[in-house]
Ligand binder design. Structure first.
Ligand code: C2E
Ligand code: CA
Ligand code: CA
Ligand code: CA
Length: 280
């Protein structure tokens, strides 16, 4: 049995080594991806209750890996965060989102609001994160309200930090702020008021439960009522069925996002289907 134990140990350590190797490869590939700009932003349109596109979309990063093909963020954002590469990826996302939004604004003369995901680790202590958004939108003549920055509740937990100061500065400048995945993290309502939050995005898990779980309906109703009292708009994420749409209509949710309406798509497809020629 001593031998068995040893074999077991070796078995596990081998696996662990393999995993560590995999991770090192991923980090190396990510460095190359950053240098060679192998990323692409997909856009998922956001709809009003009646199913009309609301001239809004969420930007979602994709990685065109030369060997593995299209890689979803679920497979690399965490490693990018733990390896410190998220800052450079965030820089690329900002540059690309501003460039796309500015192009669409220039072509159509009306603002398409682009939501951009933000990792807490992209937000530095020195104020550069907010400065970059303010300066780079201005450089492209993009109105600040064309940008909605999505941060998670966990980002806001530490309200004493320079994060708060930067969010307030962005907000005063006219850039919008959303709380992403609302309901799953540390849900404190204090910051909704304190930080002049514009939008709450209710996490997909609550939307999935809507049809089967009465308490989910009550919870979402309470969130929407509270948000509206604070003049905060509400987006439901991950809407997949017409029944969910109908329930969210009854609950007076403001916007709907999900596969029922559209999946994330390349920038050009989003522009052609939802921006070009769309009623203002
Ligand atoms: P998220 O911010 O919650 O984004 C929504 C995710 O839900 C997206 O997955 C989207 O494709 C998916 N989704 C939308 N509608 C539906 C639906 O009806 N059903 C289902 N099952 N899924 C739906 P995606 O694109 O794989 O992104 C995953 C996560 O990666 C995002 O979750 C976000 O946390 C992160 N992420 C994506 N892009 C970026 C980025 O540019 N920067 C950072 N820091 N994180 C990003
Ligand atoms: Ca998001
Ligand atoms: Ca605001
Ligand atoms: Ca989300």
């Amino acid at each position: 049995s001593k031998n068995k134990g040893r074999n077991r140990y070796e078995f596990f350590s081998y696996l662990m080594e393999d995993e560590a190797l995999e991770k090192r490869r991923l980090i190396e590939d990510l460095r190359i991806a950053i240098r060679e700009e192998q990323f692409e932003l997909y856009y998922q349109p956001i709809f009003s209750l009646d199913g009309q596109c609301a001239a809004k979309a969420e930007a979602l990063i994709r990685w065109n890996h030369p060997k593995r093909g299209l890689v979803s963020p679920g497979e690399f954002i965490e490693v990018a965060e733990s390896s410190g590469l998220i800052g450079l990826i965030g820089d690329w996302v900002r540059k690309q989102a501003i460039s796309d939004a500015a192009t669409w604004y220039e072509k159509t003369g009306h603002v398409v609001q682009i939501s951009v995901n933000t990792s807490p680790l992209q937000i530095d202590q020195g104020g550069n994160w907010a400065n970059a958004w303010i300066e780079q939108t201005a450089a492209k003549d993009l109105p600040p309200q064309a940008i909605l920055l999505e941060v998670t509740e966990n980002t806001l937990m530490d309200l004493s930090s320079p994060i708060q100061e930067q969010i307030e500065r962005l907000s005063q400048h006219g850039i919008n702020i959303a709380i992403d995945d609302f309901g799953v993290g540390y849900s404190s309502l204090a910051y909704l008021q304190k930080l002049d939050i514009d939008v709450l995005k209710i996490d997909r898990s609550f939307i999935q439960d809507l049809q089967t779980n009465e308490s989910s309906v009550a919870l979402i109703r309470a969130i929407i009522t509270m948000a509206h009292n604070l003049e905060v708009l509400v987006v439901a994420e991950g809407v997949e069925t017409e029944v969910q749409q109908q329930l969210l209509q009854q609950l007076a949710c403001d916007y709907l996002q999900g596969f029922l309406f559209a999946k994330p798509m390349p920038a050009q497809a989003f522009y052609e289907s939802y921006v070009e020629g769309a009623p203002v």
